[in-house]
Write a protein that binds this ligand. Structure first.
Ligand SMILES: [Fe+2]
Ligand SMILES: [Fe+2]
Length: 358
């Protein structure tokens, strides 16, 4: 059990005992009337199970957050309408869960979040600091977004589309101002292979989109796609996902299901447009029809999917793993060039130029 206490704000008596029991296994948990003002004291995190459309219920939450802005905070959402989600965002939600999430899953999510930074509490670039600090904070913020997405996908089978939005600015800002090299060096320090990979793909995608002269809206769309492209990996068993070495054929078959699983997660979530859904489902398709899951070929593969596929393959080569060093850029570019017929070569050449000069 962790030192410190948890606070449960709830206005649902029927759920209160179950949640308290489960959260008590993480740290001693105290229930509070949602309208009560609570001093932070040794509070290390809270769960809010209240109707966010009732302003009078938010006073206690805002007081607690003002006193301890970095507390992990989980919200059991009564509804996922725009107003409720916007309120949860303004309160710095670490994770938004459906109201009927099992108490054990809520406790498990809290346990995970206690070890992670809170996305909203950290300014992207504090006054007077250089990008050496700012880029680490930007990576932490984007990493926390990714953690929230993968946790929610694993625990509930769905994700909050609004959470993804918190990751866009940090990545585009850090890559645009500090450069790709600094981003890659920072992100390679992540031990978790999936976080490292997704943040690498997002940084590469941001660099590519900036170099192609995309509008801000289109840059954000490419980074949004990159952040969620592997969300289906949340449902792949960890012994396969994190295996140190090549996968057996049966394991590879399981791993390959992540594309269709990710697509199903985002369809279930709602709020993701067709091009994001296409990237998640089709980023392993190849122009010659030898990819998966639908063996698409040629023109059936949209441009944004082709872009993310190039970033994805390069990122997989450029990753740091405990059992191998990152592949040097020239060698990784050579492998991309060797995939003529499978990748869009015009895009692959543009990508190489963008990365080489970044
Ligand atoms: Fe993938
Ligand atoms: Fe990937």
């Amino acid at each position: 059990m962790r030192p410190g206490t948890l606070v449960l704000f709830t206005d649902r008596p029927a759920q209160r005992e179950g949640l308290l029991r489960a959260l008590d296994a993480v740290a001693p948990c105290h229930p509070r009337d949602a309208a009560a003002v609570v001093p932070a004291g040794d509070c290390i995190g809270f769960v809010a199970d209240v109707d966010l459309l009732q302003p009078s219920l938010l006073r206690g939450l805002r007081a607690l957050i003002a006193e301890a802005p970095r507390l992990p905070r989980l919200f059991l959402m009564r509804d996922t309408g725009a107003r409720s989600l916007a309120t949860a965002r303004s309160l710095g939600a670490s994770l938004c869960l459906p109201p009927d999430t099992a108490a054990g899953a809520v406790a498990e999510a809290m346990r995970t979040h206690l070890t992670r930074p809170v996305p909203e509490a950290v300014p992207l670039r504090p006054a007077g600091s250089g990008w050496g600090t700012g880029i680490a904070q930007a990576a932490d913020r984007a990493g926390a977004v990714l953690a929230g997405l993968l946790d929610a996908a694993r625990l509930t089978g769905t994700v909050d589309p609004m959470l993804v939005e918190h990751g866009l600015d940090p990545i585009l800002g850090a890559v645009g101002e500090a450069g790709l090299g600094a981003w890659l060096d920072t992100v390679r320090a992540y031990d978790d292979a999936t976080y490292q990979h997704c943040l690498l793909v997002a940084g590469l995608a941001a660099t590519f989109a900036i170099d192609l002269g995309f509008s801000l809206r289109d840059r954000e769309q490419v980074v949004r796609a990159a952040l969620v492209h592997d969300v289906g990996k949340a449902l792949i068993p960890l012994e396969i996902l994190n295996k140190a070495g090549p996968l057996e054929p049966a394991e590879r078959t399981v791993m390959r299901t992540h594309a269709a699983l990710g697509h199903a997660i985002l369809v279930e979530a709602g709020g993701f447009d067709a091009s994001i859904l296409a990237v998640v489902r089709h980023h392993h398709e190849l122009l010659d029809g030898t990819g998966y899951p639908d063996r698409l070929s040629g023109d059936a593969i949209p441009d944004i999917v082709r872009m993310i596929t190039v970033c994805d393959i390069y990122a997989a080569l450029a990753e740091r793993r405990p059992y191998r060093a990152p592949m040097p850029p020239l060698e990784a570019f050579r492998i991309l060039r060797g995939m003529e017929g499978k990748l869009d070569m015009a895009l692959a050449r543009s990508f190489e130029r963008a990365v080489a000069k970044a």
